[in-house]
Design a binder for this molecule. Sequence first.
Ligand code: SF4
Ligand code: SF4
Length: 377
Amino acid sequence: MDEHAFVLERQHFRHLLAALQERGYQTIGPTVREGAIVYDVIESDTDLPVGWGDIQDEGSYQLMQRAEAALFGYTLSPQSWKRFLHPPDVRLWQAHRTDGTFSITPAADEIPRCAFIGVRACELHAIAILDRVFLDGAFVDPIYQRRRAHTFIVAVNCGQASGTCFCASMQTGPAVDSGFDLALTEVIDAERHYFVVNVGTEGGAEVLNALPHREASAEEIAAAAQIVAATAEQMGRSLETANLKATLYNRSEDPLWDEVAERCLTCGNCTLVCPTCFCTTVTDVTDLSGAVAERRRQWDSCFTMEFSYIHGGSVRYTPKARYRQWMTHKLASWIDQFGVSGCVGCGRCITWCPVGIDITDMARRLQTADQPLGEAR
Ligand code: SF4
Ligand code: SF4
């Protein structure tokens, strides 16, 4: 935790949202809807999940009322920030037929300036991974680039871990380390409710200076650090990353893949909730009159048959091949492709798998299989 920090009292939190709104940002943050915490537009602090927490485990998620009125007392939303930076459905262009010819209208370029409120450490790492995918390669994605350029990030250190979290073993959390404008730690004790604030950018400093705040004392900074340290001890799961890439490459014919395939529904939930899965498909649609056509880009999943369809058939036509492809890409070939693991340990794929398939359990079982690497069992 940064030794130079500030304090924002709970009763002044609403000024943070107001300051961002005055600067033209649409404030997006956690809110309770349909029995879950989702990320959506929030207008004031009353829209936040005040007093709500969550209980997560393999294939299960449940909101619970907390004893105290924490604003960020939950762990993670099923959604990730991916849906704002890399939307699930975007129009690429539209064509209109007039007088026997076509005119093309590019996609609307109006991108709202968004301030993300409550970004967790693992989610910051996920955004950094998406930056590598969409901005750092030979081909920059202009849709992602425009949205990312307009983003202000208010990170919040985790005060609790869920049963499916394993960011500590991935070195992606629970402490926020970089990639934010402002980072908060929510502290609630017997007398007080306040936020210890770290500043990450000049933009963050400018916003903080517009709020009632003061320098944090050494005791307040220590209290915040203690909360994050306690969270690291609560991780429900862990993943041993040493030799994992080699294990996955060498055990591609392990019978465990057949075993998991008997359970996997190939529903694609794990890819949709994953904050780093980025694959898309392109769909062309025409209206009934044939006067208007448009091309849309939509999230796809390596769990669909169509995803690997190549002139006459799908390359990965079994659930075994598709699960193996997803997990091997996430934890092994992603490193060769982008220089980092594709997993940040958020645990969403474990929580939201309807049959409770656990990527950490699969990895552990492959790693502890008794056959030498490279030999099929
Ligand atoms: S692993 Fe689970 S979430 Fe992923 S496709 Fe299979 S059943 Fe669906
Ligand atoms: S693979 Fe699972 S745990 Fe890892 S980042 Fe994706 S959803 Fe989170």
